[in-house]
Design a protein around this ligand. Structure first.
Ligand code: DOR
Ligand code: ZN
Length: 446
């Protein structure tokens, strides 16, 4: 028994093009992508969805989430955060290793995979955390089971930091997988923090966060990562760029050394600390208006090759305090697509480029098998979004366990109407449709 769904009359955005047409789903796969208003499926459909006025995109692949499971489930877990993802049109997430215990061995990865298999409503993949201890063994990792290696070249939430030059070189030499790096130079941060505390007390106001976690700290560390990649030939993906100066280090559309931008740094500036306080405290810090403008420009010139969220929920209690004490990170996975569509409305990028950055590129970068594109034979991960349908982010709409959002009160013009994961309509008109549906572990062609 096949279940064939015909989504018709939508504006389809895929692989650099936009056209009115149909997508036909056959069970968990895409069967056909057809151009034209009256195009008919080759075989009759069991169900027809008229998506007139809507846009149909490949489901978003978020290459950067912290779902906190296991060990930090007071903040978030695979159940709650994957509901938020589905509601945001995100059909695949790549989860970071700074969970408890940290995911630094394949056994830990398999434990996380088992948890996700039980709880996750969208598709999932994992990064293996690089450590001093596992550095020499990275070449033996089966490239088919993780998306990549995550390396913290600077301190942030958790204890996964690697600082020693010899360990860093070993990691770059050994890894056959993409190495996604958090670049911030800890000695620079520590010196800045000491100076700031001397002037402003033990827990300075959050507006000093970008002074402490400074442009210099980012530039130094990103330069070092690029030097290591050039020396070893490793595949480097620098996570969450935040400054115009770092962008100068990247070549457009380079195959070896790439950069990610994350939602917090694309939508906020340091002027927002006054209004939003520690809610927008994250590492690396949100910097200046000029930095944000440079990041936005780099979305289209090829120096930023993908957009993730760095979805990093903390309880509201964890966010209390200032630049020193408040936890760093904010939830975003539920609102990333609509927030980026707003940038499309503002003329920052085209919707075709958005699809490139949020759907196609993550699939390509991490060699994800059969996802990220609307193509016959690919898995049916699809999102239907409607323009001109304003709605406001209110606490009752937030599905993340922490139940707060840096964009509370914000009105978005675009609405996620429906999300299909592996051909299953998991989110529709404001509701998760089925508590029992589970996503799959993604596979790779590294
Ligand atoms: O702000 C951040 N939060 N940056 C990170 O690097 C980690 C993340 C977290 O896990 O909380
Ligand atoms: Zn992160």
């Amino acid at each position: 028994m096949h279940n064939r769904i015909h989504i018709k009359n939508a504006t389809i955005v895929n692989e650099g093009r936009r056209f009115v047409g149909s997508v036909v789903l056959d069970d968990d796969r895409i069967e056909e992508v057809l151009e034209g208003r009256d195009a008919l499926p080759t075989l009759p459909a069991d169900e027809v969805i008229d998506a007139e006025g809507c846009f149909v995109l490949p489901g978003v692949i978020d290459d950067h989430v912290h779902f906190r499971d296991p060990g930090l489930t007071q903040k978030a877990d695979f159940d709650s955060e994957s509901r938020a993802a589905a509601a945001g049109g995100v059909t695949t997430v790549l989860d970071m290793p700074n969970t408890l215990p940290p995911a630094v061995t394949l056994e830990r990865i398999e434990e996380k995979r088992a948890i996700a298999a039980q709880r996750c409503h969208v598709n999932y993949g994992f990064f293996l955390g690089a450590s001093k201890e596992n550095a020499a063994t990275l070449s033996k990792i089966n490239p088919r089971i993780v998306a990549g290696i995550k390396l913290y070249m600077g301190s942030s939430t958790g204890s996964l930091q690697v600082e020693e030059d010899d360990a860093l070189l070993t990691i770059f030499e050994q890894s056959r997988l993409p190495i996604m790096v958090h670049c911030e130079d800890t000695p620079t941060i520590m010196a800045n923090l000491r100076a700031c505390k001397a002037q402003h007390g033990d827990d300075p106001d959050v507006c000093f966060h970008p002074i402490i976690r400074s442009e210099e700290a980012c530039y130094k560390s990103t330069s070092q990562a690029i030097r290591l990649a050039k020396r070893t030939g490793a595949r480097l993906h620098v996570a969450h760029l935040t400054t115009a100066r770092e962008l100068e280090l990247f070549e457009p559309n380079d195959g070896q050394i790439t950069a990610e931008a994350c939602l917090p740094h694309l939508v906020f500036t340091d002027a927002d600390y006054k209004r939003l306080g520690t809610r927008i405290k994250c590492n690396p810090a949100i910097k200046t208006e000029a930095d944000r403008a440079a990041l936005r420009a780099a979305l289209t010139d090829g120096r930023i090759c993908c957009v993730g969220t760095d979805h990093a929920p903390h309880t509201i209690t964890d966010k209390m305090g200032g630049a020193a004490k408040a936890a760093s990170g904010m939830p975003f996975v539920q609102f990333s697509l609509v927030a980026m569509l707003e940038l499309v409305d503002e003329g920052v990028l085209t919707i075709e480029r958005l699809v490139e950055l949020m759907c196609h590129q993550p699939a390509k970068l991490f060699a994800i098998e059969n996802r990220g594109f609307l193509r016959p034979g690919h898995m049916a991960d699809i999102v239907i979004v409607r323009p001109d349908s304003p709605w406001t982010v209110t606490p009752n709409r937030i599905l993340s366990k922490c139940n707060w959002s840096p964009v509370e009160g914000k009105t978005y013009r675009w609405r996620v109407e429906s999300t299909f994961v592996n051909g299953f309509l998991i989110y529709n008109n404001g509701q998760i449709t089925n508590d029992n549906f589970r996503g799959r572990s993604i596979t790779y062609l590294h």
